[in-house]
Design a protein around this ligand. Structure first.
Ligand SMILES: [Zn+2]
Length: 181
């Protein structure tokens, strides 16, 4: 208990000292919003998450977890196919930790959510206008648009959605989006 309180007061002191400067990187988000960050830490990962692509029904998605990929990689997520430009929605509440690009994912957004789970949205055609690192988002909020950037450039537009949890790394998002009947 003592450690938690002192940690919190340290973070608040840091926040006051750093004033209104934006965080230098996604890693600093916990300092910008220490209370929200700690709330996320206390939350359990929900059994069901919001569908991260607008107007997609659970029966429209296929469980592609673990499928083979180039260079011996395994597919560490779920591909949700939709028309280019379809809104991509945050599956959880959380804090945006990265809005940027990488070779495989193209335009990507990372969001840290309940129990500090990390949510990866890749191959975006574009980001939502208002989305910035450090922003708080609610489940269902628009964070970007479906595309095929990165290594999906020869593939029809889709969202690659990944979930990474503490101690386990990547987990299969499918059961979180498609309730078992
Ligand atoms: Zn994928």
């Amino acid at each position: 208990m003592f450690t938690k309180i002192s940690c919190l007061s340290l973070m608040i002191a840091f926040m006051l000292l750093s004033g209104c400067h934006p965080p230098p990187s996604g890693e600093a988000t916990g300092i910008r919003y220490p209370i929200l960050y700690m709330q996320l830490q206390q939350m359990d990962m929900p059994a069901q998450l919001a569908m991260p692509v607008e107007n997609i029904k659970p029966r429209q998605i296929q469980d592609t977890w673990g499928a083979a990929r180039s260079e011996g990689r395994k597919h560490e997520g779920l591909d949700i196919f939709a028309k280019r430009g379809t809104p991509v929605l945050s599956a959880t509440q959380g804090i945006v930790t990265r809005v940027g690009t990488n070779n495989l994912g193209g335009k990507v957004v990372w969001i840290i959510g309940p129990d500090l789970s990390r949510h990866y949205y890749a191959h975006l055609d574009d980001y939502a206008d208002q989305i910035q690192e450090g922003d708080w988002v609610e489940a269902g909020e628009v964070i970007g648009y479906v595309g095929n950037t990165g290594n999906a450039k020869n593939t029809p537009p889709h969202l690659h959605y990944g979930i990474y949890v503490k101690g386990q790394g990547a987990i299969n998002p499918y059961p979180y989006l498609v309730p078992s009947s």
